[in-house]
Design a protein around this ligand. Structure first.
Ligand code: FAD
Length: 120
């Protein structure tokens, strides 16, 4: 069996969840429809209730109360990418990790790095 067959710990769950969330934000339409906005808000608002790491969920809920996602979702892809980058950077700082440069989100999560090192 591979380690990836085992239940995820907080770190692996986190890495995979960030992959899903950042990638989803990077493919969110620049001009979302009302239905797409509502769906994205539903996804984000569910996380503090459902995310299966209690400490993480509690911190996230506090962050989202202070920094609600509504305006970013309303403005579309770029604003949502930035908002989510801010969420992740708050966690990075709390865990003693480097902040990520939010200008690099599209290269990291959708377009690939400009130096081409993500090319197959
Ligand atoms: P990760 O932090 O998982 O990052 C993965 C990749 O994302 C990085 O390699 C980098 O390329 C990119 N990245 C990094 N920062 C950003 C950014 N700001 N914007 C865009 N891309 C970025 N763990 C805890 O111990 N305590 C917590 O309270 C906690 N809360 C969490 C809350 C949420 C909502 C999530 C999804 C995860 C949480 N985690 C928490 C897990 C933690 O954030 C990491 O996922 C985990 O520690 C593994 O870290 P990592 O160094 O492998 O990279």
């Amino acid at each position: 069996r591979l380690p990836s067959d085992c239940p995820p710990d907080v770190e692996r769950l986190g890495r995979h969840t960030w992959t899903f969330l950042h990638t989803t934000a990077s493919y969110f339409p620049p001009s979302p429809s009302p239905h797409q906005k509502q769906s994205m808000l539903g996804l984000l608002r569910a996380l503090p209730t459902l995310y299966p790491c209690g400490v993480c969920a509690t911190h996230l809920g506090g962050y989202m109360q202070a920094n609600p996602p509504e305006r970013a979702v309303d403005q579309g892809r770029e604003a949502l990418e930035k908002w989510l980058c801010g969420v992740h950077n708050e966690v990075n700082e709390r865990l003693g990790k480097d902040r990520f440069d939010c200008d690099n989100v599209p290269q990291r999560w959708r377009d690939g790095w400009k130096d081409g090192h993500c090319e197959p």
